[in-house]
Design a protein. Sequence first.
Length: 616
Amino acid sequence: MKQIFKFIGMIFKGIWKLITFIRLAFINLLFLAIVAVIFFGFIHSDAPPAKPEKKSALVLNLSGPIVEQSSYANPMDSFSESLLGQELPKQNVLYQIVSTIRHAKDDPNITGLVLSLGKMPETNLTKLRYIAKALNEFKTSGKPIYAVGSFYNQSQYYLASYADKVLLSPDGAVLIKGYSAYALYYKTLLDKLDVNTHVFRVGTYKSAVEPFIRDNMSKAAKQDAADWLGQLWGAYVDDVATNRHIKPNTLTPTMSQFLALMKKNKGDLAVLAKNIGLVDELATRQQVRAELTKKFGSDGKDSYNAISYYKYLSQIPSKPKTAASDIAVIVANGTIIDGNQMQGKVGGDTIAQMLRKVQNDDKIKAVVLRVDSPGGSAFASDVILNEIKAVEAAGKPVVVSMSSLAASGGYWISMGATKIIAQPTTLTGSIGIFSVITTFEKGLNKIGVYTDGVGTTPFSGVGLTTGLNKGISAAMQMGVEHGYNRFTSLVSQYRHIPLAKVDKIAQGRVWTGRDAKQLGLVDQLGDFDDAIALAAKLAKLKSYNLDWMKKQLTPAQQIISDLMKQVSVHMGITPSSLIPQSLLPVASQIKESTSLMNSLNDPKGQYALCLTCSVQ
């Protein structure tokens, strides 16, 4: 017993040390921030936004994931995220990327575009296609686009294929592996741990709960995934083949064909990529610099005239509001969670508050709801849906623009909109409900721990250590079935589809935007630009401003946020730099685990969530 208390004491001592470390780190960071702001504010207070000093190529050197909305609104959130291994500058907002490329197209000081995407991780095809649209628009200016890289992952190469010339290191490779959807399955582990998993669901294809009740993917789930994965991969192959003027089967060799190609090219992946037409030229870094210097001119420092994406982005002035009316843009990005939530997650109350603000603002005439969500809390989804209907009742059209993913709860918050626009490669549908409850009475009993007592009702003793009796289980299942029936009824009502047909296309099945259009789940195929244009048409607006709605910060939060940004930009200091490098992976795992637990907060424990919609 003494050893147990000693061990517990060590744990609390460690926790206190961590709290002290965080407190001191924050105080020091805040002090440095104040000093930095005063210093740089004194020097640059009256300086106008910088312009490229001479004609330069814009280097699209994206580093970090591409997102619909930055996760950092509250500075305390951003600070804690950084302590857990997330660097503040490592999120790239999709709309900013596209608008920056469009601005560069008409900028006389930008003479071309260089895609240097070595630090860009794998990204969903739907987002990549929106960037590709901007690249094609850039080409109409007559300015060249080069792609340079030592290695290209699948997403990097997709964008590179839009370049006029693709350069690859002689020791590099183009790594195209196709799309897949794999998950971990825990049934045997849970059985060995004597953990009881109580699953309640409706829908043949509602596979989100399968990891808890199976050791492999069900046949129905495999069929569902194979269908939408095939469509996504087909779109990728068609786009790249068209860009590179090669046959589609060049990108889809069998294993025997690939091995034959490897043998023919003596195992050299770079030479193989050039010979089959994926790249135009193999070039060392020195050769790349020489070619780009010849094209864009010398910077006098052994390289070419260039300006990075991040520097150029900071120099683009904000567009003044010139129109009398606004179109509000609300981004629903991430898991749908009950209550108020930070950016990067869809808080039911947070989005509802934005919609109420829209409803009461006479200057706002229409709304575009940008959805990129796998779903989440059924209750929170319904809160958002009801606010959307209230905005429409106020005479303001709501257009949903689906990004990569608008499935399950993501579709729930979309279905009541005036119009729904999805891209062909959007994943949507997954109309279904589930609930999972784990209890530990078997494992506790096995080690000699039992629960006993009395209660005033049949529900009093239900809990994690007592399990669920047959009556409670039956009630839970009926509750989930009611939620499913309500979901499908609302789809039928808002989308004007017979209920019997809705049930056939529901069942938790995932659809691509292309299929969803044919089934009547969405109104038209298009991207964010099309959604804005449609909102303006519905509101009968010839001119308008875009009002990007964000969670409001308190004055104190805004001051701290500005201070931290100044420190990050001018001094290169971020909170995660205070953590030993070896601890960052562990910190990141803690963050992910905590995020998942925080996502499961539905008051009734019912979720409209597509956990299997992640593409690898």
